[in-house]
Design a binder for this molecule. Structure first.
Ligand code: IPM
Ligand code: MG
Length: 359
């Protein structure tokens, strides 16, 4: 198979981890006889520095003519001025919107070998396997917002959560389809006791479930109690679907279940066109350039890329198996060990993944 893959390394540890993802994809290409053509483009803070724009048009054009995109991370203290005219994060929001990537899949899976790295008790987290579907191109992130000066010298700011019926339908449908291939349970999270937009979610989801997925077990949970249940009974969830803002918050919370943010990949998909794959850990400016970042989330994101955008399931599984075997052999990056314990660097742990891939 011949495929064009766009690389968007971005800021902070982004370039270091994307480089390791590419090494793994190259090894998959030679093992399975594929050809991946990589091209690198600008996004985020580095794009602001070089072009004045967090998402230059050349990046959008390259992404639109690719099969898949592997992104590192955007942002950092250098671009954090709240009065700046543009921010690195604007590049990420724009690419999601431009490519119609309305579904953000965030799998939260505990690794048996890392159960003791989690701040939570082993008996609570063991067996956790949740797939979040976070709506990604609507809601509070994209609704009308503004800032105005009041006559009395105050400022007044607002952000609005807006959803349409079809925006809710497509993400709920995608989540329900995923649940059918898993453990047949869908949890929809909202705040319907307060928010009008959530009441639309609740009505639309109930209808889709009744008409199209009568066999699925379906429940609705309010977002505040979901925040609690995720920590008290994470194994009772299978697929979870929710709006943009709630999904942002709940998936960061859920990322603590497997022990380290450094292990979690994500996929952003539309109804057609390239998918975008990234680690969820962000740019980690404090450790950028030190060669100690955990590349496994990006490597697992590369596996999701093979599965969801290129249809290469066996290749995806071989990466996931290699990562598990590296952990089983006791190899760890700094984020996965107690302070002061020996650990491997970004390149070294990838070397072990590559060895496991050819073994
Ligand atoms: C994420 C991030 C982004 C978001 C930021 C960087 C804009 O937190 O992907 O979860 O809020 O969506
Ligand atoms: Mg987030």
């Amino acid at each position: 198979m011949q495929s064009k893959i766009v690389l968007l390394p971005g800021d902070g540890i982004g370039p270091e981890v994307v480089q390791q993802g590419v090494r793994v994809l190259q090894s998959i290409a030679s093992k399975f006889g594929h050809h991946f053509e990589f091209s690198e483009h600008l996004i985020g803070g580095i794009a602001i520095d070089e072009t004045g724009d967090a998402l230059p048009n050349s990046t959008i054009v390259a992404c639109k003519s690719s099969e898949a995109i592997l992104l590192g991370a955007v942002g950092g203290p250098k671009w954090d001025d709240p009065n700046a005219k543009t921010r690195p994060e604007a590049g990420l929001l724009k690419i999601r919107k431009e490519l119609g990537l309305f579904a953000n899949l965030r799998p939260i899976v505990t690794f048996a070998e890392l159960l003791d790295s989690s701040p939570l008790k082993r008996e609570i987290i063991e067996g956790t396997d949740i797939l979040f579907f976070r709506e990604l191109t609507g809601g509070l992130y994209f609704g009308p917002s503004g800032l105005e000066e009041l006559p009395d010298g105050q400022q007044r700011a607002f952000s609005t959560a807006v959803y349409t019926t079809s925006e809710v339908e497509r993400i709920v449908r995608m989540a329900a389809q995923a649940a059918l291939k898993r453990r047949n349970k869908l949890t929809m999270v909202d705040k319907a006791n307060v928010l009008e937009a959530s009441r639309l979610w609740r009505r639309v989801s109930a209808r889709i479930m009744k008409e199209e997925f009568p066999a699925l077990e379906y429940e609705v949970v309010l977002v505040d109690s979901m925040a609690m249940h995720l920590l008290s009974r994470p194994t009772s969830f299978d697929v979870v679907v929710t709006s943009n803002m709630f999904g942002d918050i709940l998936t960061d919370e859920a990322s603590m279940l497997p022990g380290s943010l450094g292990m979690l990949p994500s996929a952003s998909l539309g109804s057609s066109g390239p998918g975008l794959y990234e680690p969820i850990h962000g740019s980690a400016p404090d450790i950028a350039g030190k060669g100690i970042a955990n590349p496994l989330a990006t490597i697992l994101a590369a596996a999701m890329l093979l599965r969801h955008s290129l249809g290469l399931e066996n290749e995806a599984v071989s990466i996931e198996t290699a990562v598990r075997s590296v952990l089983a052999a006791g190899h760890r990056t700094a984020d996965l060990v107690r302070r002061g314990q020996p650990s491997l660097g970004t390149i070294e742990i990838t070397d072990h993944v590559l060895k496991a891939l050819v073994a």
